[in-house]
Every structure is written in structure tokens, then in C-alpha cells.
Write a protein that binds this ligand. Structure first.
Ligand code: G3P
Length: 218
């Protein structure tokens, strides 16, 4: 299971990449608006690519196919790690097909159903991003969609990777793994929550206290 960091915050990306915790980064226009500041967005994407050794999803902001393709090509030309993120609309699927034909890697985003995911795979998407948290927000079972997509892709031998997105807490990550997602993208807070367990803290405190009684150094 690949772990991506869902942020455009360079200090968070640096910290997670230095610790060897992440396989890549995903961004979206909202995350860029929060972190890119005055920088040219393209420079910011490039900086992310130079910080993490893995795929970096950079989203187009055009809504019409030809403009999406032009933006996608400009983004892909920035760095070999760039994955062009496209919304799951008719134009987005057309752009996905066109960019795939040119060898550009794509991530079809804002996916909320297995039927949408089927179309993304048929358009040649490298990744599809089902948003589990946003489905939960409207009283649907986000995780069921991950399982359905896994089954559909396996039934028909579709190679698009399932990238569980909109993950809000560690259980989302665990369930995504159990449902067979290929990757999960996490906000920094959830990434560090994955490390934590109260029994780890309790056990470590006991080990340290016992060692102190021994009164020796290593
Ligand atoms: O990057 C897309 C996705 O992960 C957004 O998550 O929490 O805004 O629904 P969220």
C-alpha cells in the first residue's frame, strides 16, 4: 500500500519525506491555495517534486478538455514525477484519454462511485481517487465504494490504481487497506496518528523506568 501525503505544505512534505514515511504527494487547488502563497504555482509544484522522490499529483484548473490538456502538458513538463490530476467530468475523462495517449500519468479525482471509477479506468487513468470522507459526510459508506471499485477492477483486469482519498482518520486507512486500495493519501495529522498507540507509549515508559533502575549506560 503506497502512502501519499495530501498537502502542498513544503515543511510537512519535508518532514514526512525525511522520515521515509511517504511514497509521494497529492495536492488539489484548495491545498495549493492554502500553501503556495505568492509563489508561481508551477514553481511550488517543482519544489514539491524536488522534496519527495515519488509521484506528485498536480491538478488542472481548466474545465474544458483542450484547456485541461494544455495545462496538463505544462504541468507534466515540470518534472517526471508529476501526475496530472483531472476531475471526473466528461471533459476530464476526454483529457485523461488524450494525456494518457501522450504518455502523461493521470489521477482522476472527485470520484464517488464505482461506475465513475470504471470510466476513469477505461480512459486510461493511472490512478483514480475515490473520496471516502466526503461520502461519509453525506451519510453514505465511503469505504463500500472502495470495495466495489476493487471488485470491478479485478473482475475486468483494469490496471488503474485505487488511491483512497479524503481520509480523515486512521480507521479510514486501515479499512482502505482491507478493501484492497493500492494507495491512500493522508493529511499530515492522520499520517502521524498512524504511528501512535497508547500501549506503545505505556510500554516504552515502563522499559525506560526499568532501565533507569539498572543505573547503567549502553
Ligand atoms: O486531495 C483530495 C482529498 O483527499 C480531499 O480531502 O478532507 O478535503 O475531503 P477532504
Amino acid at each position: 500500500m503506497k502512502i501519499f501525503l495530501d498537502t502542498a505544505d513544503l515543511s510537512e512534505i519535508r518532514r514526512a519525506a525525511d522520515a521515509g514515511l511517504i511514497d509521494g504527494v497529492t495536492t488539489n487547488p484548495s491545498l495549493m491555495a492554502k500553501s503556495a502563497g505568492d509563489a508561481d504555482p508551477k514553481d511550488h509544484f517543482l519544489e514539491i517534486c524536488n522534496t519527495v522522490d515519488g509521484p506528485v499529483s498536480a491538478e488542472v484548473v481548466a474545465l474544458e478538455k483542450d484547456q485541461m490538456v494544455s495545462e496538463g502538458k505544462r504541468l507534466a513538463a515540470l518534472h517526471s514525477n508529476i501526475v496530472v490530476k483531472l476531475p471526473l467530468t466528461e471533459d476530464g475523462l476526454r483529457a485523461c484519454r488524450a494525456l494518457t495517449a501522450e504518455g502523461v500519468k493521470t489521477n482522476v479525482t472527485l470520484c464517488f462511485s464505482a461506475s465513475q471509477a470504471l470510466l476513469a479506468a477505461k480512459a486510461g487513468a493511472t490512478y483514480v481517487s475515490p473520496f471516502v470522507g466526503r461520502l461519509d459526510d453525506i451519510s453514505h459508506h465511503g469505504m463500500e465504494v472502495i470495495g466495489q471499485i476493487r471488485q470491478v477492477y479485478d473482475n475486468y483486469g483494469l490496471e488503474t490504481e485505487i488511491l483512497a482519498a479524503s481520509i480523515r482518520h486512521p480507521i479510514h486507512m486501515v479499512e482502505s487497506m482491507l478493501q484492497g486500495a493500492d494507495c491512500g493519501t493522508l493529511p499530515p495529522k492522520v499520517l502521524y496518528q498512524l504511528i501512535q498507540h497508547p500501549l506503545t507509549d505505556k510500554g516504552l515508559a515502563a522499559f525506560m523506568a526499568d532501565w533507569k533502575k539498572l543505573g547503567k549506560e549502553l
